[in-house]
Design a protein around this ligand. Structure first.
Ligand SMILES: NC(=O)C1=CN([C@@H]2O[C@H](COP(=O)(O)OP(=O)(O)OC[C@H]3O[C@@H](n4cnc5c(N)ncnc54)[C@H](OP(=O)(O)O)[C@@H]3O)[C@@H](O)[C@H]2O)C=CC1
Ligand SMILES: N[C@@H](CC=O)C(=O)O
Length: 333
């Protein structure tokens, strides 16, 4: 048997997913007992050269996508529209959806989840927060009894990369941003990264997961790294501190959810001090486990594909009907 995937978007993340599905056929087969194929890919610009094999329909028309007998939709387009419309139609067709789209989830996550529930299908979105780090699974599937008291995190790989290279290479903000864009870390509109919106959206997704609601967006401090100067970074370094874009989330004693995203100076004994480059880290303080810290690459093609493909396996692993040492059938690709 084969599971057919419709892939929406073939940019940094989409290409990472496409390549992972080819390079990890054996692991996928062992995990879910099926071969995995991508018969159709949605893109925007039909003139671009694509690094894909034959036998895949590449289309600019979403209606063509759903004409294929697909089993799951993976979305890596970004932004609210047309992504929302495509995901709504997919879920209404009872297709499970896996997405990396934090802006859409922060703005319309509850609505999409309800559509998924109403149509007895699933919406998976581990890749939308902190790239490769399985933080949403840890909160949702593991910390069921612990009371989460506070989350503190570095959630934007581009900003952390820029702050690190400005400090280590004494490189300008503009040069560092250009490098982050070249490496595929930055959003299509990088102002989302440097103005703090990307970390803000991720914080709202975590809030939905922990508290089942978000704070009033007008009450959230949101500052990016655009105003951080080389002088600020060097002054912090002279005091053995580092400037980091820190997202924080907690509930106050009066029940209000409090959230912020802002550049802060942190000391060497802070668990996020050592997090450099494109890496993200999430510190979760709970009443029982106390202080948990997860870290790893927060952006980039393969780290993001990792989160998407693990979501994929979580969706389909119950289909598994073979033994682990069965050979992978030829012809999946
Ligand atoms: N880059 C990263 O490290 C990470 C990104 N994400 C999220 O993943 C998503 C994709 O990001 P990324 O891969 O970097 O983005 P890119 O800009 O690299 O790729 C976007 C892809 O979507 C396609 N696309 C854009 N608009 C449309 C449209 N209207 N119709 C059809 N296709 C469209 C583009 O087509 P074409 O190729 O024709 O231009 C392109 O293939 C975003 O939600 C982003 O926030 C999440 C985690 C990490
Ligand atoms: N632009 C984002 C990509 C991953 O979410 C980032 O830099 O963190």
């Amino acid at each position: 048997m084969t599971i057919n995937v419709a892939l929406l978007g073939l940019g940094t993340v989409g290409q990472g997913v496409y390549e992972t599905v080819i390079s990890h056929q054996e692991e996928l087969y062992k995990a879910i007992g099926e071969a995995v194929r991508i018969p159709v890919i949605l893109i925007k610009d039909s003139c671009k050269n694509r690094k894909i094999n034959g036998g895949v329909e590449v289309t600019t028309d979403f209606n063509e996508v759903l004409k294929h007998p697909v089993d799951v939709v993976i979305e890596a387009i970004g932004g609210c529209e047309p992504a929302y419309n495509y995901l709504r139609k997919s879920l209404e067709s009872k297709l499970p959806v896996i997405t990396a789209n934090k802006e859409l989830l922060a703005k319309k996550g509850k609505e999409l989840k309800k559509i998924a529930d109403d149509h007895q299908t699933q919406l998976a979105f581990e890749a939308s927060v902190a790239g490769s780090i399985p933080i949403l699974h840890m909160i949702k599937d593991y910390l069921k009894v612990n009371r989460i008291q506070r989350v503190e995190a570095i959630l934007n790989g581009t900003s952390n990369f820029i702050l690190t290279t400005m400090r280590e290479k004494i490189q300008s903000f503009e040069q560092s941003l250009a490098e982050a864009q070249r490496l595929g870390y930055a959003e299509a509109d990088p102002s989302n990264d440097v103005l703090g919106w990307d970390a803000f959206y991720k914080t709202m997704i975590i809030s939905d997961l922990i508290y089942n609601e978000q704070p009033d967006w007008n009450d959230v401090v949101r500052k990016g790294i655009d105003q951080v100067t080389q002088e600020d970074i060097l002054a912090a370094e002279e005091s053995k501190e580092k400037v980091k874009l820190i997202a924080a989330l907690s509930r106050s004693s009066n029940g209000q959810i409090e959230a912020s995203v802002e550049p802060l100076r942190i000391k060497p004994d802070h668990p996020l001090y050592a997090i450099e480059g494109v890496n993200n880290a999430v510190r979760v303080k709970t009443d029982l486990a106390e202080d948990l810290v997860l870290s790893g690459p927060g952006a980039g093609a393969l780290p993001t594909a990792s989160a998407i493909i693990e979501d994929f396996v979580a969706l389909f692993k119950n289909n598994k009907s073979i033994k682990n040492n069965d050979p992978v059938p030829l012809g999946g690709y």
